[in-house]
Design a protein around this ligand. Structure first.
Ligand code: BGC
Length: 468
């Protein structure tokens, strides 16, 4: 495989540093857009604390409760499938505006639900927003970022996801005392309002504008985003790449781009089937199983795991534009494989809860340094501008589809195979992920999106070299 071939250098624009106010606008834009990631994290995990109250209030059976919990993932499938088309057609900013509006509205509707049916409809719609945000946020940030800091800025999305997951635990904890599960869901309206207001003022992606032929606005937005004198050069590079791109989805079946599609879908599936959400959704149960003395102690330990997830994402953001995507992915998948093997060994030998706790922390750190943030980053970087949204849809769909499968099979796997074998299975999948990353994933650090596109277009034409 010649995945290591040079990704080209890009124009001078790739080294654009921009003016100080311009840089501030870029960072602010990324921070506001990342609120979509926060809502993604919040809304996927807030349900865990509300579950028990829902069961009592709506008199739910086990099957009904499982349905109420899982329905958001079904919504996410729909959201991620449709978001790509919509964002390519109507714009990145428009997509984020609609997503923010949806999050606000449907979170309130969830809080007002009167029974299983209205609750499930509202949560399905929230899920659709989660799916849309999962795609639109990294895409928008990637397209407006200068190449040099794109890794860190897009990873703000993952940072926000992890913060959202953490905030949901605290919100659940806070409202649990008064059993106000309605507020647990409805409180998502606050970040949604901030995102909505922010997106009214933030600029549309200059790359999308250029693709739609709005040259002047594209140039103006590159300037607003701090490109200064280099705005013209960056726009010229974008226009050059656009001219070479044929119209339509067919481009994805060209030899080089076929590999890009494979890389995106493969990374997405591996991010999920290596077990991250068994830890995120079930860590209190796993820790209890390993011998934690009380549910309270296990929940506290789970909160510590959540904090570790946030902190390691910050470290990853600092490293991703220096050490590169490939290095972090390889380090990450190797670390996850080792940690999961050890978790299995600890269960096998009944080594005790503290050992399992430290190993779970090691697993989360390994995930958070690479596979977590870098998957979302790479799928926002590796596709051509004209069909970036639609191609990202394929990858995001793969994330949500495999998330659904893993979340739906974990408990039965535990029951049938026992914890040791279950974690060893995930460990084997990490080894497969490592090999996949080693063979297929190119280095995109410091390259403009257009230089990355050039790489795929001429994939296989040049002998191997560079790129790592
Ligand atoms: C994954 C989510 C996961 C989260 C945990 C994200 O990158 O897509 O499925 O829950 O990371 O931090």
């Amino acid at each position: 495989m010649e995945q290591h071939s040079s990704l080209g250098t890009g124009t001078k624009a790739s080294s654009a540093q921009g003016s100080a106010p311009g840089r501030a606008t870029v960072v602010l834009t990324a921070v506001v857009a990342a609120l979509g990631g926060l809502l993604f994290g919040f809304d996927t995990s807030v349900i865990s604390g509300a579950m028990l109250f829902l069961r009592t209030d709506f008199h739910l059976s086990d099957v009904q409760l499982e349905f109420a919990v899982g329905i958001a993932l079904a919504g996410a499938l729909l959201g991620s499938a449709s978001a790509g088309y919509c964002t390519d057609r109507w714009g990145r900013r428009w997509m984020l505006l609609v997503t923010a509006l949806g999050f606000g509205l449907f979170s309130i509707l969830t809080g007002l639900a009167v029974g299983l049916v209205s609750f499930s409809i509202a949560r399905f719609l929230v899920g659709a927003c989660i799916g849309m945000a999962s795609l639109a946020v990294p895409l928008y940030i990637a397209e407006m970022s200068p190449a040099r800091i794109r890794g860190a800025l897009v990873s703000l999305n993952q940072l926000a996801i992890t913060i959202g997951i953490g905030v949901a635990y605290f919100v659940d904890y806070y409202f649990a005392a008064s059993e106000s599960w309605r507020w647990m869901f409805a409180s998502a309206v606050f970040p949604a309002i901030v995102l909505l207001i922010g997106m009214i003022f933030l600029p549309e992606s200059p790359r999308w504008l250029a693709r739609k032929g709005f040259r002047d606005r594209a140039l103006e937005n590159f300037r607003r985003l701090g490109r200064g004198d280099e705005a013209e050069a960056e726009l010229a590079e974008v226009e050059g790449a656009l001219q070479e791109e044929p119209e339509g989805f067919g481009i994805l079946f060209q030899p080089g781009f076929r590999v890009a599609v494979l890389v995106g879908i493969g990374l997405a599936i591996f991010q999920q089937i290596t077990g991250i959400n068994t830890i995120i959704y079930y860590s209190p149960a796993i820790l209890r199983m390993s011998g934690y003395p009380s549910a309270k102690a296990a929940i506290l330990a789970a909160a510590i795991i959540g904090v570790a997830n946030v902190l390691i994402t910050v470290v990853s953001m600092v490293l991703v534009d220096r050490l590169g995507r490939r290095f972090l992915l390889l380090l990450s998948t190797a670390g996850m494989a080792v940690a999961l093997t050890l978790i299995g060994v600890a269960f096998y030998h009944k080594a005790g809860s503290i050992v399992v706790f430290y190993e779970v922390i090691a697993y989360i750190i390994s995930f958070g340094i690479g596979l977590g943030p870098v998957m979302w980053l790479l799928i926002s970087e590796i596709y051509p501008t004209k069909i970036r949204g639609k191609a990202m849809s394929l990858a995001a769909l793969s994330v949500w589809g495999s998330n659904w499968i893993v979340a739906g099979t974990f408990l039965s796997l535990l029951n049938h195979a026992g914890p040791a074998k279950t974690f060893w299975i995930y460990a084997c999948l990490c080894v497969a992920a490592f090999i996949f990353c080693y063979v297929f994933v190119p280095e995109t650090k410091g390259r403009t999106l257009e230089a990355i596109e050039h790489h795929w277009r001429h994939f296989g034409e040049k002998p191997a070299g560079l790129g790592q």
